[in-house]
Design a protein around this ligand. Structure first.
Ligand code: NAD
Ligand code: TYD
Length: 356
């Protein structure tokens, strides 16, 4: 077994988003000697209030900027002596990709290529130092499953939405940089995440928020589509594990072995919130509204995460019962965060904190 990779400085892209901010909060707690530079454009999905626990630490730096800005990326890599790039930044919502795919190609494909190219130059100029490029991707690149079976790392790519197609394009560029230049790349593909700081446009936080506000709960189609849910803190540990112990050029699936039909999740969240909100049993289920299906709606995702367990020893720690209860309680206790995100008021935070 080779020694674990322990970088002194990492560049995290998209660190103000849902998973990126959970990752930074986790990583900086567990790795106090490592400098973390967070490059994020602060699109609608980026929220610096997710990072108040680390923002004043001297080993943390936030830079508002675009991953497509090659000179900016190059200067950060050099001036911060970056030893690993952890690439979370993306346009991440399938429904938005259906109504406006262009930005998905720009950010997810072009942005990844810019990061790869600047990382290649930086790595080749500092060949004596260890370096990793870790691409955070999704199981959606594999397309859709029928009633049985699981996605393995060998499952052919067959993306169905503009979002998943743009992520698959980025993953193939990552592969190409390993095959062509021998760059030490890593590629994780995980299932649907849930947990704190999740933007309330995605299924679980949208349902929690709408239930609290007694608004309709839109369930697409028949509600029988299946997703495999992973707690974001388990995902953060998986990324840290792959960064430190992963084999260059490898892909690792990350999943919670936790399949749910959408309607079952919605019913569960309704029932858990009945008690917490002091409503009659069954009251929240009355809010469910079946609506027109999403075009090209993938039927089922399910991850085989045997490789990361076997090779790197990672496995999820959360049970879904614990994770969903904690998540619901987090939203109940963080109504101010939800209100700011829903109203758009969170966007003032950058100006207040950074004065620009
Ligand atoms: P998110 O939408 O919550 O956050 C994305 C972040 O990227 C935001 O902070 C945004 O400001 C930033 N960003 C967008 N465009 C940028 C640009 N051009 N330059 C710099 N920053 C930019 O996304 P998320 O849910 O945290 O997902 C993070 C990564 O994980 C993505 O790559 C996504 O594809 C992948 N992923 C997410 C899930 C999930 O369930 N959320 C599942 C599998 C994989
Ligand atoms: P989502 O959270 O958008 O993640 P993804 O599309 O990347 O899996 O959606 C999760 C599942 O929930 C998906 O099958 C679509 C469905 N869904 C609804 O039924 N209603 C909603 O309002 C949303 C946002 C999603």
């Amino acid at each position: 077994m080779t020694a674990a990779f322990t970088p002194h400085a990492i560049l995290v892209t998209g660190g103000a988003g849902f998973i990126g901010s959970n990752f930074i909060n986790h990583f900086m707690g567990a790795n106090p000697g490592c400098r973390v530079v967070n490059l994020d454009l602060l699109t609608y999905a980026g929220n610096l209030e997710n990072l108040t626990g680390v923002e004043s630490r001297p080993d943390y730096r936030f830079v508002r900027g675009d991953i497509c800005d090659a000179p900016l990326v190059a200067s950060l890599l050099t001036e911060e002596r970056i030893e690993a790039v952890l690439h979370f930044a993306a346009e991440s919502h399938v429904d938005r990709s259906i109504t406006g795919p262009e930005i998905f190609v720009r950010t997810n494909v072009l942005g990844t290529q810019v990061l790869l190219e600047e990382s290649r130059r930086h790595w080749q100029a500092n060949k004596s130092a260890d370096f990793r490029f870790l691409q955070v991707s999704t199981d959606e690149v594999y397309g859709s499953l029928g009633a049985t079976g699981f996605f393995t790392e060998e499952t052919p790519l067959a993306p169905n939405s503009p979002y998943s197609a743009s992520k698959a394009g980025a993953d193939l560029l990552v592969r190409a940089y390993h095959e062509t230049y021998g760059m030490p790349t890593l590629n994780t593909r995980c299932s649907n995440n849930y947990g704190p700081y999740h933007f309330p446009e995605k299924l679980i936080p949208l349902m929690i928020t709408n239930i609290i506000n007694q608004k309709p709960l839109p369930v697409y189609g028949d509600g029988l589509n299946v997703r495999d849910w992973l707690h974001v803190k388990d995902h953060s540990r998986a990324i840290e594990t792959v960064l430190k112990k992963g084999r260059g050029g490898s892909i690792y699936n990350v999943g919670g072995n936790n399949e749910w039909k959408n309607i079952d999740i919605v019913n569960l969240v309704c029932d858990l919130l009945d008690g917490r909100l002091g409503r009659q049993p069954g009251a929240n289920r009355q809010l469910i509204a079946f609506v027109k299906d999403r075009p090209g709606h993938d039927k089922r995702y399910a991850i085989d995460a045997a490789r990361i367990k076997r090779e790197l020893g990672w496995e999820p720690g959360y049970t879904f019962e614990q994770g969903i209860a904690e998540t619901i309680d987090w939203y109940l206790h963080n109504q101010e965060w939800v209100a700011k995100v829903t109203s758009g008021a969170y966007r003032d935070y950058y100006e207040k904190q950074y004065g620009r």
